[in-house]
Design a protein around this ligand. Structure first.
Ligand code: NAD
Length: 433
């Protein structure tokens, strides 16, 4: 099949590359000339394990090309996949301007029947709007479909090639057949449904996962008070198949480019229909507060933070990604600076992206974990990178000025800390809180 993918970000690039890997001819389009030039020069603008190898192979096989020319790409393909961003607006609603612009450009380019797929996460009713925008600019026939994306950054290639399920929302049998053929090599778990339900499945899924995270974080906070251990509680809960063990890891809360924006967007979608989504509002509140446990603990240990140096390990919102959008590290570091301390920060790959968004002379971006911990009054672990997990505690003790360790991701175990001089705080484990 010939496909064009509009938007070559985390979703568009990975999907495009994986569809090429399945043997399709894929043209990835982006408005960013810089991004396209990098990709044409063999440089991958995002970090995603396994992605570069797939890009190189499929370029070599002439199944994958990169361009800024949307018009030409759409003309030459049968299926057009929209994967542009849908960031939050200040009121929490999804900003659909990129989607609308892409729809207009597609409408101007269409030269025959196409299946137009929206993979971006969009509020219910958006696909229909995409259809009506395209109709304003084109007289050719086309069908629209919603195929939401569920990949996780950090394992995006594996997730895309091995999806739990594919949701195809369309009212057209012709489009359903084309998209079934496109996706059936990936899985037999394909659901064909109506467009509105498909759009809602994506928001409901992310809202539910965010709810699990806030739920276990609140259980963790209670565990600290009643003397229970959240990890044992989560293990016991997760063994019940009705609950499942995923997303029951207590920590400093969720971040990233999806959960914060999609929960806010769903609250707005409900609100526009006069429905007060009380549960999801609380999920968001709990999450916003959870990250400040790190600050509360720092104050408890150090008292006044004025003039202190705080080491930070981890800036990405989760390991194995360079994405820092809505990472908890922003609010934690900003709060530390506000209290008069300086920060020494390290992340294996996300530091440049983070510095582009928070460049402050009081933050020293370090090139190693050792440098960030060196002579610090306390060390805060904000992302559970393997590199941090495998660092021996005696090394950390030697580097720090005082052995104060705030482990926001519970990467160390009680046995490792026994007999050490660390003042150690983790989440929901009372003997270590
Ligand atoms: P992103 O910001 O990484 O990429 C979007 C790309 O679209 C950018 O490179 C931008 O330059 C390009 N673009 C914007 N308008 C364009 C146009 N008119 N023509 C061509 N290119 C254009 O975004 P992302 O993280 O890939 O997310 C894309 C969508 O997928 C969002 O709706 C997001 O919610 C959803 N989603 C993201 C993830 C994730 O983990 N990142 C997972 C599932 C779903």
């Amino acid at each position: 099949m010939k496909l064009s993918v509009i938007g070559t970000g985390y979703v568009g690039l990975v999907s495009g590359v994986c569809f090429a890997e399945l043997g399709n001819e894929v043209t990835c389009v982006d408005i960013s000339r810089e991004k396209i030039n990098l990709l044409n020069d063999g440089i991958v603008p995002i970090y995603e394990p396994g992605l570069k190898e797939l890009i190189d192979r499929n370029k070599e096989l002439n199944r994958l090309t990169f361009t800024t020319d949307l018009n030409e790409a759409v003309k030459q393909t049968d299926v057009v996949i929209i994967a542009v961003g849908t960031p939050s607006m200040p009121n929490g609603e999804a900003n659909l301007s990129y989607i609308q612009k892409a729809a207009r450009q597609i409408g101007e380019a269409i030269n025959g029947y196409k299946v137009i797929v929206t993979k971006s996460t969009v509020p219910v009713g958006t696909n229909e709007k995409v259809g009506s925008i395209i109709s304003q600019y084109s007289t050719y026939s086309f069908d629209i479909a919603s195929v939401p994306e569920f990949l996780r950054e950090g394992s995006a290639v594996i997730d895309t090639l091995n999806p739990d399920r594919i949701i195809i929302g369309t009212e057209s049998e012709r489009a359903a057949a084309v998209l079934w053929d496109l996706h059936s090599p990936l899985t037999d778990q394909i659901i064909i449904t109506d467009i509105r339900s498909s759009e809602m499945i994506k928001y409901a899924s992310n809202a539910f996962l965010a709810t699990k995270i806030s739920f276990i974080n609140e259980i963790a906070n209670i565990c600290e008070k009643v003397g229970a251990n959240v990890e044992k509680v989560a293990l016991g809960m997760g063994m019940d198949h009705r609950i499942g063990s995923a997303f029951l890891k207590a920590g400093i809360g969720y971040g990233g480019s999806c959960f914060p924006k999609d929960t806010q967007a769903l609250i707005q979608i409900a609100g526009q229909m006069d429905y007060d989504f009380k549960l999801l509002k609380s999920v968001v509140d709990v999450n916003n507060d959870q990250r400040f446990n790190v600050i509360r603990k720092l104050k408890e240990i150090l008292g006044d933070l004025e003039g202190c140096t705080i080491g930070i390990w981890g800036l990405a919102f989760k390991p194995e990604t360079d994405d820092v959008r809505d990472a908890p590290a922003f609010e934690i570091i900003s709060a530390i600076l506000e209290l008069g301390a300086n920060v020494k920060a390290y992340d294996p790959i996300a530091a440049d992206n983070f510095r582009n968004r928070l460049d402050d002379p009081r933050i020293q971006y370090c090139s190693s974990s050792m440098e960030a911990a060196h002579d610090a009054d306390a060390l805060c672990i904000l992302t559970e990178w393997e590199e941090f997990k495998s660092t021996p505690l005696p090394d950390i003790q030697t580097w720090l000025k005082s052995p104060n360790l705030i482990d926001g991701r519970n990467i160390f175990q009680e046995e490792e800390l026994n007999g050490t001089p660390f003042v150690y705080y983790s989440v929901g484990r009372p003997s270590m809180s």
